[in-house]
Design a protein around this ligand. Structure first.
Ligand SMILES: [Zn+2]
Length: 137
């Protein structure tokens, strides 16, 4: 039977199975290596209220720091898709196993350009695959 993904959407690395975790949204049981994990660091106070706190506080700005919330969220594939954390890729692009580009703060992303319009789909596929082959793995 043809497979949609070679790894079944998991990162097994030689393991047979991974421990199960619960989805942060719907509590579905999902293998830990399949779960879509995001580490969210957010300010405890929303940006709009920071000014109000500064006015009301006895301490001057710089003398205190507003605490942050550190949340690790693990989603099942359905919830991650629904929340648009991940998007499905075309059958050709699904074969690309290189990790996605993750821009760091201050790092500029090179514009990849629009896909060539008017070019046959088969030619576009070739271009995508050849680009992928040129990348270092
Ligand atoms: Zn879920």
């Amino acid at each position: 039977m043809p497979k949609k993904r070679r790894n079944g959407g998991k990162n097994r690395y030689g393991r047979g199975s991974a421990t199960a975790v619960r989805c942060s949204n719907c509590r579905r049981v999902v293998p830990k290596d399949k779960a879509i994990k995001r580490f969210v660091i957010r300010s405890l106070v929303e940006a709009a209220a920071v000014g109000d706190i500064a006015v009301a506080s006895v301490y001057k700005a710089g003398q205190y720091s507003i605490p942050k919330v550190y949340i690790k969220t693990q989603y099942c594939v359905s919830c991650a898709k629904h929340a648009r954390l991940v998007k499905s890729r075309s059958p050709v692009n699904r074969r690309i196993r290189a990790p996605p580009i993750r821009p760091r703060i201050g790092q500029k992303i090179k514009p990849l350009g629009k896909p060539a319009r008017g070019v046959k789909m088969s030619a576009r596929r070739l271009a995508i695959v050849s680009q992928w082959a040129l990348r270092k793995h």
